[in-house]
Design a protein around this ligand. Structure first.
Ligand SMILES: Cc1cc2nc3c(=O)[nH]c(=O)nc-3n(C[C@H](O)[C@H](O)[C@H](O)COP(=O)(O)OP(=O)(O)OC[C@H]3O[C@@H](n4cnc5c(N)ncnc54)[C@H](O)[C@@H]3O)c2cc1C
Length: 417
């Protein structure tokens, strides 16, 4: 007989990965406890997709999906084949929450509310009679002969046949993800690849960005350079903030920016008009200047630039704002073209874990069996979610990784792999 402190599976961390792991293990008949240090489950999940939860990505091809995680992505093949994008969409739909495909193949719940996704998971856990311990921080674990036999909380201990660690990374620590699991894993013999912020806003040194804070640019291209060599390039949407730049293309590039900054200075080159080459842009500017003949230069850029950007570009160009457009020289036009196509930004640092959407690094994948999520060091230990050395771009990839690895870990813990 199992007492109140003994379970088949103990899942630590009630985020997306932990809830899915606990739910799946319980669905297969296990007596499961889910231990969460916050007063609620899924605190971070509720913030995802600006509260709308971009819970997966419309990419059904496993290989293509996994490629988004870089070299480590292959680790996900098995998890995605067991519980991939289609299965996740079907899962939430079977609980009454339909997915809706939005721009860039991002999938959100139909009603645009992350709470709907959390509600499904809570129901799933209730159906499986999972015991949920709230306000319960796991402090340490005890192990013997390559097996954990207990985890310690502040005022009690929990024993289980299997343990699944889903404590997430170090990003947004205010939601409970403070990297606790890394320490236990290390004590249990696992290697931790240094956790660094990814999908992170970037601080830049130029003062003018503050003047345009809040401005969002669509369909722009951003290139990353170090020592004159192009190291990354993205196309899409970005945002100016009071400290620098953010938005999807900046966030997706941030991991590379952070890595390169360790070696020396880097530059970002923003192309505001990627659809027009230098020649075509020159023609377009000439046309616009012609339209505004007799007017002051500062009033001639409205059709070419967002309003808040105009004073900045004028100042950077060095052209007298009150100059009559008829007298703009070829040289001055060239300066403008250069600013439109090669506007420089200088990253100084990333904003850090406090505001990074995911953590790159984590438990070294070579020490985990990708077919089961079981540790190769400790027989009855499994990992799932962001604690693994896996991070994808924005777009629903990271939550899908949590659903897939969580489901597989929960299932494997019960099936005894
Ligand atoms: C602002 C923001 C927006 C995002 N938007 C998206 C999006 O739209 N789409 C997407 O795919 N991804 C998004 N992400 C990323 C996604 O939220 C994470 O990848 C995901 O939440 C990771 O899930 P997890 O279960 O591994 O860990 P977490 O969600 O971090 O959950 C870990 C849980 O473990 C608990 N815990 C930690 N230590 C202990 C302990 N010692 N004892 C007990 N419990 C503990 C924590 O309190 C926490 O509840 C976003 C992230 C942020 C910050």
């Amino acid at each position: 007989m199992k007492d109140n402190n003994s379970f088949d599976s103990a899942v630590i961390g009630g985020g997306p990965a932990g809830m899915m792991a606990a739910g799946r293990a319980a669905e297969l008949g296990a007596k499961v406890v889910l231990i969460e240090k916050n007063e609620i489950l899924g605190k971070k999940l509720l913030l995802t997709g600006k509260g709308r939860c971009n819970f997966t990505h419309k990419e059904f091809n496993i290989k293509k999906f996994a490629e988004k995680f870089g070299r480590n992505g292959r680790f996900l093949y098995r998890a995605l084949s067991v519980f991939g994008v289609k299965e996740v969409i079907d899962f939430f739909e079977s609980w009454g929450v339909k997915g809706k495909v939005e721009q860039g193949d991002r999938i959100f719940p139909e009603n645009g509310n992350a709470q709907d996704i959390l509600n499904v998971l809570v129901k799933y856990l209730a159906e499986g009679r999972v015991t949920i311990l709230y306000n319960s921080k796991v402090i340490s674990s005890k192990h013997r002969n390559r097996k954990i036999f207990q985890v310690l909380l502040r005022d009690r201990h929990i024993s289980a046949s299997k343990y699944i660690i889903c404590t997430g990374g170090k990003s947004y620590p205010q939601t409970g993800s403070t990297g606790d699991g890394y320490q236990w894993a290390e004590q249990l013999g696992h290697t931790i690849i240094e956790p660094v912020p990814a999908l992170n806003p970037v601080k830049t040194s130029e003062d003018w960005v503050r003047e345009v804070q809040g401005l969002s640019l669509k369909n722009v291209s951003l290139k990353l350079f170090q020592n004159g060599k192009k190291c990354d390039e993205r196309f899409g949407e970005m945002l100016f903030t009071h400290f620098g730049v953010s938005g999807p293309i900046v966030m997706d590039m941030s991991k590379n920016i952070g890595t390169l900054l360790k070696n020396g200075p880097v530059k970002l080159i923003l192309d505001l008009k990627p659809a027009l080459d230098f020649k075509k842009l020159d023609k377009r500017i000439q046309r616009d200047l012609e339209k505004f003949k007799g007017r002051m230069f500062k009033n001639s850029l409205k059709e070419l630039l967002p309003l808040s950007m105009i004073p900045v570009i004028i100042r950077l160009s060095g052209i007298e704002p009150s100059k009559q457009v008829d007298y703009i020289t070829r040289e001055e036009r060239n300066k403008l073209i250069h600013l439109f196509k090669e506007l420089e930004l200088t990253p100084t640092e990333l904003l850090g874990f406090k505001w990074s959407v995911v953590t790159s690094g984590g438990i070294a994948l070579k020490e985990i069996n990708p077919n089961t999520m079981c540790s190769k060091k400790i027989e009855n230990l499994y990992f799932a979610g962001e604690i693994l050395d896996l991070d994808g771009p924005s777009g629903g990839y990271n939550l899908q990784e949590c659903w897939s690895t969580g489901y597989l870990a929960g299932e494997s813990a019960v099936k005894g792999h």
